[in-house]
Design a protein around this ligand. Sequence first.
Ligand code: ADP
Length: 284
Amino acid sequence: MSAAARSVASGDYKQVVEAVGPREVQSMAVAFNEMVHQVQTGQQMRRDFLANVSHELKTPLTSIQGFAQALLDGAASDDEAREHAARVIYEESERLRRLVEDLLDLARLDAGQIAFEREPVNLKMLLESVVERLAMRAASKGIRLENQMPEISTIIGDGDRLAQVFTNLLDNAIKHTPKDGRVVVRGETEAGWVSIHVDDSGPGIPSEDLSRIFERFYQVDKPRRGGKGRGVGLGLAISRQIAEAHGGRLVAQSALGKGSRFTIQLPIVRPDDETLVQPLKESS
Ligand code: ADP
């Protein structure tokens, strides 16, 4: 076991020790194997993350470079072609800006560098303003966007960050719901918790993807997605982290062909409560 520990210390993580000998040694061996497994998983996640970031940066950069080149060497020869090239460059750089913003957000959340406000938040009012901002987009797609949020307890939290979560959930719902569909915000309180549901009448999410959509960069049908407005798969990861920083959680349910429901649950904390915002560690 000590030889294996030394190997791990020098960077060789492929170590498994056999759980034999006295009980204490056995349980130590089990703990050792668990630790090595965790380190390996962490390393794999870091590698995947880097590969994803590089890929997401490379795709827009390649088209920006290609279209800029076309403008420079005159391959975009008429006004229409030049306008098209400029538009692609604009849209792709916009996409890069959003990606970098999301990455910075994640890095700050990970490092615990974001100081969350602790202010009374009236969820009904907050949702009204978020829904109002997205109303035009929904209407232009012929989607009925309804806010059925009841007047429920004020919670303590960071209004701007919660607005970011609701914007992301509603934005996704509108994006995935077809014409003439419906997106509804509902809310309820139960035993010290408030739940806010965002329901859509979109295509739903396959059950094998449902537990993974909160992972960084995970997108259902990634290879087939494309075009303007496509995301990078960071929104739900960020939203879940914000929910957890409020001591709450974010979960999804879905029925294929019927629609999806995203629910954020937040604890109702008394405004005078000093014990606060302990992240609730849970996934899925
Ligand atoms: P993005 O929207 O940038 O792709 P998100 O993290 O917000 O990233 O969402 C991850 C994935 O979850 C999306 O790519 C999509 O496949 C799926 N998804 C999210 N919300 C919905 C929804 N309301 N209906 C169907 N699929 C959804």
